[in-house]
Design a protein around this ligand. Structure first.
Ligand code: FAD
Length: 289
């Protein structure tokens, strides 16, 4: 099933993201994560590609996506990046994905990493989107940024390039994490005014630990509303308290987004099925409406 077909069925889509285990960790360690996620019945699960230096390379992304698709029988979406593959490599990866039954790809430019020189066949995600769509047999999704991409000179250019990505064939968008829903609502409005009419999922990352959230925020440029900085100031040195407060914050964010009628929620699970379960349980009655 193509991801875009999941939308417009009268209820919001609920999806999860996992990343391949680190190099030194056996790939089997993902089984426990996936087993836990299976029980919360996500509409699809996406698998990152070399993000944050955590991956074993593209093989593990493909393997995990195939596992999700064929053993869990949940639609899988494999991430793929311009910076990490040539046209030839992209063709090989897509063939392997297709042979293993994976029908969906999230086409990205990728995060720059000084340890890995970029490949130069695709410059922008829109180039990769168009390349994959020309093959005809994949659902193609792309990333979007409620607070604009950090390299964008201004929100207008950011929306213009996003529109190019959709015009190149992206059928669904997944947002970068954000902590202030009003940023997302303003972004949705800009998209709809610009004629970007594909489903847009809101990306939610629960705040569970001060250092990891500070690292993420410095990487992606998400702003922290006062009510979140207050939580960090008060509970930042108390892991259990911060975890509880961070989970409550994520549940509140999702509750408001669902009440506002968003197309879907994409949960950055950080491979933590207990956290995903807690959040899913706390919005279970809202997911069906
Ligand atoms: P693009 O759409 O190419 O945009 C990048 C920048 O270029 C933006 O500033 C944009 O405005 C600008 N731009 C776009 N087109 C043009 C143009 N024609 N001319 C001039 N400027 C242009 N990274 C990974 O490495 N692996 C992953 O698995 C991964 N998963 C992600 C999942 C999600 C949901 C999100 C939101 C991000 C993910 N990332 C991942 C991070 C992503 O790769 C980075 O944010 C990257 O910096 C931008 O990727 P993009 O696909 O949005 O790029």
């Amino acid at each position: 099933m193509k991801i875009a077909e999941l939308f417009g069925k009268g209820r919001p889509v609920f999806s999860c993201e996992v990343f391949p285990p680190k190099k030194e960790t056996p790939i089997d360690s993902i089984y426990q994560t996936l087993d836990g996620l299976k029980d919360i019945h996500p509409d699809f699960i996406s698998v990152t590609y070399g993000a944050g230096g955590t991956s074993n390379g593209n093989r593990s992304t493909q393997e995990i996506a195939a596992l999700i698709q064929n053993r869990l029988h949940i639609p899988a979406m494999a991430h793929l990046t311009c910076l990490a593959c040539t046209k030839g490599e992209a063709t090989e990866i897509l063939s392997a994905l297709r042979d293993s039954g994976v029908e969906n790809v999230l086409a990205l430019r990728g995060d720059r990493n000084p340890n890995f020189p970029p490949k130069n066949d695709f410059h922008h995600a829109s180039d990769l989107v168009a390349f994959i769509r020309r093959r005809g047999d994949f659902g193609v999704s792309a990333a979007c940024y409620p607070e604009s991409h950090p390299e964008s000179p201004d929100p207008v250019s950011d929306i213009r390039y996003l529109k190019e990505k959709v015009d190149a064939g992206a059928q669904h968008l997944v947002s970068q994490l954000f902590f202030d829903n009003d940023d997302f609502y303003r972004f949705l409005e800009r998209c709809r005014i610009a004629g970007i009419n594909v489903p847009i999922e809101a990306g939610i990352m629960p705040v569970l630990n001060r250092s990891s959230i500070e690292r993420m925020v410095s990487l992606c440029g998400a702003s922290m509303p006062r009510k979140l900085t207050r939580l960090l100031a008060r509970y930042g040195d108390h892991p259990e308290a911060l975890r509880q407060a961070g989970l409550a914050y994520a549940v509140n964010q999702i509750t408001d987004l669902l009440a506002a009628g968003v197309d879907g929620i994409h949960l950055y699970t950080m491979n933590n099925p207990a956290v995903a379960r807690h959040i899913s349980d706390n919005v279970a009655a809202l997911r069906g409406l």
